[in-house]
Write a protein that binds this ligand. Sequence first.
Ligand code: GLC
Length: 662
Amino acid sequence: MIKKFTYNNPFNTLATVLDIKEESGSLPYFSYTDNSFCYKMSESAVVYGLGEAVRGINKRGWIYEGYCCDDPSHTEDKRSLYGAHNFLIIDDKTNGGDRFGVFFDYPARITFDIGYTDKDVLLVTPQSNDLTVYIIEGETLKEIVSNFRKLTGTSYIAPKWAFGFMQSRWSYFTKDDVIRIADEYENAEIPLDAIFLDIDYMERFKDFSLNDERFPDFKNFVSYMKERGIRLVPIIDAAVKVEDGYDVYEEGKENGYFCKDENGDDYVVGVWPGRAVFPDFLNEKASEWFADKYKMLTDMGIEGFWNDMNEPAIFYSDKGLERAFSEIEKFREIQLDANTFFDCRDTFARLSNSQEDYNSFYHNVDGTKIKHNDVHNLYGYFMTKSAQEGFMRHNPDKRTLMFSRASYIGAHRYGGIWTGDNHSWWSHILLCLKQMPSLNMCGFLYTGCDLGGFNGNCTRDLLLRYLSLGIFTPLMRNHSACGTRDQECFAFSDTKDFKNLVDLRYRLVPYIYSEYMKAVLNNDMYIRPLSFDFEDDDFAKQVEDQLMVGDSIMIAPVYTQNAKGRYVYLPENMTMLRVCADSSVTETQMNKGHNYIDVPLNEVVFFIRDGRCVPLCDSAKNVESLDDNTLKLYGNGECYELYTDDGMTTNVSLDNIRKIVR
Ligand code: GLC
């Protein structure tokens, strides 16, 4: 089922957990020349995978890279985003062709040319020839994914409260701001489980510090909010501020825990705190040391974090800055023409996330000096791994919320991810929709996008449509950038429409959590493309704007401005569930085929598979207050297999499933 092929001397990424013996023959399906793996795609073959990437669910027709990258503009011309998820599935089985999965376990830059240069050729080119390639086979698409997930390990399990609705902004600047957000949600009777603290809760962006003036008496504040049913979730950035007397910096420096330049000096970069250094998460001691720092916040009652800027993002480096200042001088001496003007203008822009910097610092891995660029894609992964291992060391039975921006396959065992700095654009609802199944293939089940969009100004209708998709993603968080217009649900008129949507999320939590847990424990996907459930349906293969969510639901979100509804393809007869503006629910039996469905902004429509059921409970102010006794079944099935547990501890098992009958 799984075959392993090793080329030269690969770095151990810890992406896999199974011990598999190495094959001696050559890699099936591919030819290997000039350090490139070449697969000839038949005309009808579909290529799935690559996790967090731009473009379609079928990745054919573009060139992508596995290279974690801090790029806040998720446009179609990009080759990579924050994660490097080098897993693909090639499928042409229904036409008598191949069906297999392939994982390129390689931590540096790797290119996936999927019919970009030659429409029929998939060409995979790693930066060097030290890597491990796994071929994963299976009868069905689902089976290939499940075999891949056996290889790479069980997905992270978030605490149940993190399946509630969460509100974020860069930034809520003071304790009073946070309280106002909670009050406004309470007044609008919109449920809420968490409020996020972005970088301004810290003192001058120093990790594991608190701004005492703006957030006095933090510990009591955390418990006050928790009594109100709301958790606070602070951000932790990768880079540590260079500042004499700052304990985290001083300790790290003294122990040699930061990444070094070629001379062995700490490599200094500029990120949010100004001049800063990178903890060496690939160094076991440094990683443990940094992980223990979270304790300062968990001791104050914090139960969740988001790790950011861990591609790692670099605004500039000391070295780059020096160079740019000297280069810029030369432009004074000359008359600028078009070329030299743009060159001059971009001199400082080029400083950010520069290849030169990634080539200029080093990790200490068990005493061996490793150039960062050769293991670039592991940095965010190891930061997340480090944090989660720290939580488990200190509190082995407890689940802690953790999600990260950068990731690599393997990181899915330690946390979730969010899809980074998207925009308040209609096209980004669709982008999220396409990223979700691809991320699920790679094991990232606890995921979602910034609802409403991070960059740019959101509008009422856009937020409602974003939320209508977010209702079904395990991570359901509204987040936006500084300088953008307010985007909380109460910032727009007629908050009852937002309440209706968020209430539906809470009504669905028993189903969402149950399906999520079953997917984790069975190595399944929680969100899938239609073609994974309807393999023999040729049309389903082409549907890229509808998804299967758990075992029973199909969703078809509206993602077009001013649209009053949309066409939906039903691969079988289904029950259409409409949650009306007054929160009442109607059920309509629908026939297989193409149907136009009206979907007003304040309603949500989804579909239940033939012979299946979905339980809905009454909404409540947060996840903890939901009552399973209020569950009612919808759809034309007989029963639903509900997974429940305490939602807090690591005590999870498929034995926790019970049948709910009408
Ligand atoms: C990055 C993150 C974003 C956060 C901001 C400030 O852009 O992706 O979510 O709000 O940094 O911390």
